[in-house]
Design a protein. Sequence first.
Length: 397
Amino acid sequence: MRANIKGSVWQIADKKGIKVDPESSKAIWRIQLYVGKKPDPKNPNHLIYDRRYETFRGNKNKAGKRLKKLSQEISASLDKGIPVPSGRLTVGELLRAWLNSKADKAPKTQESYQSIVEGHLIPALGHIQLIKLRSEAIQAYYAKAQEKPLSARSVHYHHRLLKQALKYAVWQNYIGINPCDRVKPPRPQKRTKRTLEASEVQVLKEAAKDNQFYPVIYTAVSSGLRRNELLGLRWRDVSIDTEKPTISVSRTLYKSHGKVEFREPKTERSRRCISITNKLAAYLKDYKADKESLNLHLGRLLSLDDLVFCNADGKPFDPHVVSHNFARIAKRAGFQGVRLHDLRHTFATLALKRGILPKIVSDALGHASVAFTMDTYVDTIPQEAAMALLNEVLPEG
């Protein structure tokens, strides 16, 4: 049975105390709706009317239509058993409440969420009352955001966050529907991955060989590990004195608000043990021997719990400093715009081009599935090479 929502509308004055012609589009109206009763804050045993208010600008006829529409929306929500939130709850307050619900996310993810919420979504939409947020306002924000300019990919990411926050609002029974469901976000263009050919890896290697971060760079391109996985490695995670050398990923390093900390990998697939090449194992043996000599010179022994890649005093590298140094090395080598993370793409691309099974590459990268690996790197596998291999095993016609 549809709830019977009563309401009223009356004209109010502007900030200068002036009431304009009711038929003017500049007329201001106060809409009041009764959505039931609630306990009196001063006397919980006494019930008072639960009112919702909205200020509307337009002529008298449009104000009446707005009253009717609000009444229908609230009635529909109450019929579904969805409580109607106070009109004072703003989109900004909702976004901050949603951020608080994401306290278990990795520090880097939290920083990304907070940067978008505080730097973009709240300035644009935060002042709007949650129950008055419409898809048109969201769509207008997306259009304006791309003029700043933000890329379509960035705005699409804003859409994903806003949609999650509003889904949280629906789950909390603050609103009945998610306005983002009726919005078309910009479609991001597929980003072209910059990878290096084997000959280019050699050029990069020569450019980086005298840099203190060379061990990180060489291991990155030889293993496909992420930057934060590399910087979290301890010597107990590296098995290089066996016939089948491996590296185990059991933690990652993060820097948040100037503080470095170690955390467990995000997913079970990210926690993994990977095989490494004999060349990488030989290099790490020599590198470890140099570390042991340095520690002896400083009057201490190298421990299994010591970091593999760190400063001379054993403290962790700053991940941002490592990335910035790599960017300079790449630029000097003639690879403008190549990032440290692109070495991971290079590892995967070279492995797939050499015919290594996608399942093995996927496991090494710690991807969620082989399907994700293939969707990401399928363009890097030359069809000619695949047909040449097939040509060797199929008979002639």
